[in-house]
Write a protein that binds this ligand. Sequence first.
Ligand code: PLP
Length: 429
Amino acid sequence: MIYLDYAATTPLDKNVIKAMAPFFDKKYGNPSSIHALGREAKNAILHSRKIWANFFDVSRSNIIFTGSATESNNLAIRGLFRSLKLKHKFHNLESFHAITTLIEHKSVLETFHDLERNEGLKVSYIKPDQRGVVSSANINNAIKKNTVLVSIMYVNNETGAIQPIAEIAKAIKDLRFKIYDLRKRDTKYPLRLVRPAKRVETYASSETSDILNTEYPLIHSDCVQAVQFYNCDLKKLGVDFASASAHKIYGPKGVGVLAARDIQLIEPIITGGWQESGLRAGTENVAGIVGAAKALEIAEKSRKSGLLKITNLKKKLLSGIMKVHDIGTVNGSQNFCAPHILNYCFKGIDAQSLLIYLDLNQIAVSIGSACCAGTIKPSHVLSSIGLSDQDAKNSIRFSLGKYTTENDIKKTLSILKNILRKMRLKDKN
Ligand code: PLP
């Protein structure tokens, strides 16, 4: 099998399996138990927490292990609104406004839709440009007096488009004085106002960042597709929350991470025991958490070389595709794109059939469409960057990873050439 679907999931790295193995049999203690086996499991989690805390540059107590990035995104968004509701004794979220984008993963979009439908939250969905990139000016223009959260992903999972998170965060922080004045004039502003102490250039260099960042809007970034390739330091990005998933970086499925500038900003969405500082009840997935940290360590060590290798392989794949189907186009821009994703519109070719033919030839790719109730809907991401339904249905996502070889690319191109020829012939007859 030639696997070109690394954005969907990645195989476990052998060293990750090795690190996890003892926690399935010998080291099976419950981290909440006081005895030696329990302490051993607890220490293993502590070590993993340290590794993720270093990566996001937050203190260990601000790392929460969850069951998926879907859950991490839910915890950041719902957890913040739950905290605001409880602290201010509101019955619903009608007083608040949030901003997100049209290209977010469903775990973010559907969470906002739900809060809109059931709690009265007002949400602005920002459209990206044709490259798939959201501008900081458009985000700033959407900020209202009662905006409390901006959620924007770092790397899009369908097009690979990189979002200018640091620029967006800085622009929001520069706006603080204006926001403060707007709020001061608004007698209905629902929260206690904290005046920004002084104008600061960056979050990282600010001695007064604690005071400044008690001010809203807070910023959340879904960093799932970025962790493998980019620095996701919360302070450098200027964000308050970031989500990650182990199975996108050669770690196990079922382990998510939420990094917070300060966990006091959120309330739990799962209640029960006091695991994860009371923010995520339930006995920890010890083996999974150990595996997630090992995967991150490996990713950090091989970041530069991996990025270079995958960038080169993607270039070869794209130039080969353009030779076998020269009327197609790249969806999004290659200049603002993560190295592992290539989304290509094979104009005139039904992507679903192409995917099936590739699959029959042992090549795994994906289409940027979701299957809803038996009908294939065009991808919301491709639609938002201006593709027609037809072009979206002609689009395939190739995503490369650390086990992709030059031979894989050569073989894929040769098989693709044959399939496309057959499909065109079939169409003619
Ligand atoms: N966010 C992005 C950008 C993703 O690509 C994915 C997975 O496809 C998720 C969130 C959800 O991750 P998980 O599978 O851990 O729930």
